[in-house]
Design a protein around this ligand. Sequence first.
Ligand code: BG6
Length: 465
Amino acid sequence: MKKTITIFGGTGDLTFRKLLPAMYNMHVTGGEGAGYDIVIIGRRDYTSGEYRQIARDWVKQFSRLPFTEEKYKDFSEKIEYYRMDFSDPAAYEGLENYYKERGLSEHIFYFAVAPRFFSTIAEGLDGIHEAGKGKVILEKPFGEDLESAKELSRRLEEIFAPDRIYRIDHYLGKEMVRNMQIIRFTNPVFANNWNRDAVSCIQISAMEDVGVENRAGYYDTSGAMKDMVQNHLLQILSIVAMERPASFKGEDLHEEQLKVLKALRPASGETIRDMLVLGQYEGYREEKGVKPDSTTETYAALRLFVDNERWQDVPFYIRTGKKLGRREMEVAVIFRQTEENGENNVLLIKIQPMEGVYFQFNIKRPGESEEVIQTKMDFCQSCVVENRINTPEAYERLLGACMRGERSWFSQWDQIEAGWRYVSGMKRIYQEENLPIVTYAQGTSGPEAADQMLNTMGHSWFGQD
Ligand code: BG6
């Protein structure tokens, strides 16, 4: 019997850019994934040979480890293409027979498809005898809204045991996201100052230079709030703000993260304009697959408060957007300025494209002057070639964790539910108040209204803006 990973959505971007390169890396390093056969499900009419040839160029471009024809040939022999319309319930019987003929078992099913297909695939798999004993990995967003997410969760738990459902949030697989708790908790200089007395504000930025590419069909029904904020960015916020968990594993970690999400100050009609700015880049409506009158936001900036003793009244600013001037994901902890002639200390955790840690502090200008100036210590983790090669990509790490049955760094249902509740609530109030989706020019850092939201609190975005 062979271990198998079946990927629904096998001709989509995610599979080509992330999943297959991750499986290739694991094949090369001999990681968990090396022991798996890969079944690619797609509607297009390819033979396995044709598919392997198409996938080759993507793997070559996106794999972390050096590509060689020999290694790819070896790897690609594990990939089989199975043509099937996964939205057709009758098609699953054929899939079951296919598994039986090939002796494929110990399944992992990866739903790399738009969320509207999740239930259909789950129902189809319910008819396959062996499937329920397997594991399932779901891409975000989990469901289309809170109601559909709840229903989906209920149904999935009937088909697969709850501990066999892996809700992936690939930001939780990123090296520097995993590093945040070490930086904070093992350094007393930070651990002792990680609170409202010492911190002025926290900023979480996820800026992208790409647009919707060829994902408009999904993105136009989702927008930045569901695509990035509800999952990736609230996850990061909850890691930054949580209390020290009893352990950094599984339930303990989730419990503390969940407490943060539940402590987020709710928005209201009066406060929403100070809490949320939504924008759309110029030219978005002309993108292929986007509705010409679309009001989907491609940018969101939020000002949030975590109402607990540690963080009372410290703003957490979040921003994310497409077609901005640069690609940059980072978390900045801005400490309070205590001396008039000094500037704020800043701890910057750089998540991508560069990985590293930067600390800004005050010193005396060299020479006779007593002037206070700012300097920085800047550690570039990804500049060390060896680190780059040894650091698994997010998907590689998370796929490996699922294969080993490690669940700590996957999102739990209650976290997702809290995220949905919060984000949908904010969006609803924004609409009810008739607040605008502001247009912003491509290549900028987003709408000015987002800068103003910080300025009114005496803050500004840290960095190159
Ligand atoms: C995905 C979103 O989850 O994350 C995309 O659906 C976004 O819209 C992507 O581009 C960003 O991921 P990364 O790893 O490139 O920061």
